[in-house]
Design a protein around this ligand. Structure first.
Ligand SMILES: [Zn+2]
Ligand SMILES: [Zn+2]
Length: 497
């Protein structure tokens, strides 16, 4: 789309002939027209656009209607691509890396146009695409009298964290909840969500994985049956729903702009936050300038741990699981050059014994490998002992199926890469890592892996064994973290002793 500037206003060329340019090539874009309170805005457009940043293609309203709202100050146009000196920067995803921009002849502006490849799955942003937002009043949402219908009770540790979450949300602060695997972090959010909605705030829970969105949605709808809950992931139906409570994958945050009074960011340590700056950019854009941010993690990275220790970051730990039993502490077992053994179609004797003992005792186990190729070498060896053993990795099309079968106890032992390090819960398993010295097994990965054991209250303990060919710092840090959380759990009276 090309624009003409007339009377200090942007006008799409389609609506006015004149000297026009793609929006990003305009030196400065005119100031936002003042809000004309006489203008009758379209409440459907208001619902659709509030807190968003969308492309014309995303908005099912006629161009002249959008333009009329812009001219009366209700709709904003921002440059889709801006320049930092000569370098293009994508306004939507924050991409600055020249490799992620491409140039192509563009049918929308008739020039060769830079576009961002990084966020292209959400529709193409190019030099001639404005990002369209809402500048008028926000839709009225009256909170129902009774909000939170959740009937459960919180553990003492959960209760403390829950109170801090409520405070942080009401005071527009940042707060980290460091909750061990199995602490029950979702329940910790209910009071905060309730307080936010009662105060007329708009709140969003963002998580890296679609699976988690799908799992959380029915739980939150059950807890808050009277309010609209939007559930957003690639291809979801709720994309245009205006809701006081939104549950979204972090990617979906790219479509929001100054939308939320509070964002709860789940698994801040996990891929892709640490890898992808653009998702941090998305979270920053999606929150209002004055807003609360709650971070959830079981395994904060070193920098955050240090900030917690030195008082630079507000945080609450839940060092104990809801069932009040300590976290299983991993044992380290040296297994020699296991990769060399695998090449000879053998497993180290102690690792093999660990596995066969469990097969004989009918105790299910997860066995982690650093790489797919090595895992696939181990699979036929182990199937000699139990043909139903399976292996799973990220690209495995049967991944979900195998996890379900494991849960149904149809698989005695599941070999896996780090794909199952988090998010999955099996009630009664032991856990082993083969090759725990591999660099893929960071402190946080190892803590998460150990956190798979002892999850249910009927089986609160489990054995966690790291087989290695030389202990690493990451292994030691992981064990130290677990031991220290258990100690804190005892000191705070959160564990049965
Ligand atoms: Zn173009
Ligand atoms: Zn982009």
């Amino acid at each position: 789309m090309r624009f003409v500037i007339k009377n200090e206003k942007l006008i799409p060329q389609k609506l006015h002939k004149g000297d026009s340019l793609p929006i990003s090539q305009l030196e400065t874009i005119p100031q936002q027209p003042p809000l004309n309170t006489e203008f009758t805005y379209n409440p459907d457009l208001q619902q659709f656009l509030t807190g968003k940043q969308l492309l014309f293609d995303d908005i099912p309203f006629p161009l002249d209607e959008i333009q009329a709202h812009y001219e009366s100050g209700y709709v904003t146009y921002r440059k889709g691509i801006d320049y930092d000196g000569k370098r293009p920067v994508c306004t939507r995803c924050g991409n600055k890396d020249p490799h992620w921009f491409a140039v192509s002849p563009c049918s929308r502006c008739g020039e060769t146009c830079h576009y961002c490849r990084h966020c292209i799955m959400m529709g193409r942003i190019s030099e001639c695409t404005p990002l369209i937002g809402w500048n008028g009043p926000v839709p009225d949402t009256k909170p129902p009298a009774k909000l939170n219908q959740w009937q459960g009770t919180l553990s003492k540790g959960q209760m403390e964290a829950s109170n801090h979450v409520v405070e942080a949300i009401l005071r527009n602060e940042e707060h980290l909840v460091w909750a061990v695997c199995g602490a029950g972090k979702t329940e910790v959010l209910f009071a905060g969500i309730e307080a936010a909605i009662a105060a007329g705030k708009r709140i969003c829970i963002a998580t890296p994985r679609t699976d988690v969105v799908l799992e959380l949605t029915p739980r939150l709808k059950a807890a808050f049956p009277e309010i609209t809950v939007a559930s957003l992931y690639g291809g979801s139906e709720d994309r245009h729903l205006f809701a006081p409570l939104t549950i979204a994958t972090t990617h979906q945050l790219h479509r929001f702009y100054h939308a939320f009074d509070a964002i709860i960011l789940d698994e801040v340590d996990a891929f892709p936050y640490t890898v992808e700056e653009s998702l941090q950019h998305a979270a920053v854009q999606a929150r209002k300038p004055i807003s609360a941010m709650i971070y959830l993690t079981a395994t904060p990275n070193e920098k955050w741990q240090r900030e917690c220790r030195t008082g630079k970051r507000l945080f609450t730990t839940i060092p104990a699981r809801f069932h009040r039993h300590p976290l299983p502490v991993p044992e380290f077992v040296w297994s020699g050059n296991w990769q060399k053994q695998l090449k000879k179609k053998k497993l180290p004797a102690n690792a093999l014994r660990w596995i066969t003992e469990r097969l004989e005792a009918n105790k299910q186990a997860l066995v982690f490998f650093p790489h797919i190729a090595l895992m696939e070498k181990a699979l036929p060896i182990l199937r000699q002992f139990a043909p139903k053993i399976e292996a799973v990795h990220a690209e495995d099309p049967e991944r979900k199926d195998k996890v379900l079968k494991m849960r149904a106890k149809e698989i005695p032992l599941l070999l896996t890469t780090t794909i199952l390090e988090r998010g999955v819960t099996f009630p009664n398993i032991d856990v082993a890592v083969i090759g725990a010295e591999d660099t893929i097994f960071t402190e946080s990965a190892l803590v998460q892996i150990a956190g798979r054991a002892g999850r249910s209250k009927d089986h609160p303990s489990g054995v966690v064994t790291f087989f290695h060919y030389g202990k690493t710092d990451e292994m030691l840090k992981a064990r130290r973290q677990i031991v220290s959380l258990n100690r804190e759990g005892i000191e705070r009276g959160l564990l049965n002793t």
